[in-house]
Design a binder for this molecule. Structure first.
Ligand SMILES: [Fe+2]
Length: 221
């Protein structure tokens, strides 16, 4: 019997390695390992103390901080405090914990990406936001949902259908590779916002991105 495959000339071409694995650990050091071969996201599995979770869960929706800013990594913590001041969230131990946690996460991202200038988005989310599975068009992003359900992960099967392969809980932090992650690997791990529209839930989401050059930013938007 003829082997039909041999009738079709095989055109050799590059088959780029795919970054699709979720690397997870209860140690925060895992975030640094997002650059390991084949990793699409590094997830720090952690949970807040009950006192902190109770405090952040009890903030009235109107007092949740809302911040979009470009800042040097050393200014992230004071930026969070400034946003809390603006939203009327009183100073105190818990607020200090929140700001210092975000400052520490920012430091990790700045080290991983080699970029001290970061874009901060820290705000309440009440819709499905990015409800379709996707890869961000940027080098990488750190996300942490401080309140409410966390980001979901997905992978496309051979037919293109996306299957959910994991999710994050409140408090957990992750660095996700984006489409512009440096190197030859292609990011295949997808993610999306959890569907919460109509449920009355309010998420408090932190997303930190490395700043990109103005020429690059024009290309991305
Ligand atoms: Fe995204």
């Amino acid at each position: 019997m003829a082997d039909t495959d041999t009738a079709t000339p095989h055109v050799p071409g590059p088959d780029p390695a795919k970054a699709r694995a979720i690397l997870e650990s209860t140690s925060g050091l895992v975030l640094q390992q997002v650059a390991r071969p084949g990793v699409g996201a590094a997830v720090w599995r952690r949970s807040f103390s009950s006192g902190f979770a109770e405090w952040i869960g009890g903030i009235p929706a109107g007092q949740l901080p809302a911040l979009r800013a470009l800042a040097d990594v050393r200014a992230v913590e004071p930026c969070i405090h400034a946003a809390c001041d603006q939203s009327g969230l009183s100073a105190g131990t818990m607020r200090d914990l929140l700001a210092s946690d975000i400052g520490a996460l920012a430091l990790v991202l700045a080290q991983v990406m080699g970029q001290p200038l970061l874009h901060i988005r820290f705000e309440a989310v009440t819709t499905d936001a990015c409800r379709r599975f996707h890869v961000d068009r940027m080098p990488g992003r750190l996300i942490c949902t401080y309140r409410g359900p966390g980001t979901q992960f997905g992978l496309a099967d051979e037919t293109g259908r996306v299957v959910q392969v994991g999710e994050m809980r409140a408090g957990e932090a992750a660095i996700l590779r984006g489409a512009l992650w440096p190197g030859d690997e292609v990011t295949r791990l997808l993610h999306r916002s959890p569907p919460i529209a109509g449920t009355g839930q309010v998420r408090l989401l932190l997303a930190l991105d490395p700043a990109v050059a103005p020429s690059e930013a024009r290309r991305l938007h």
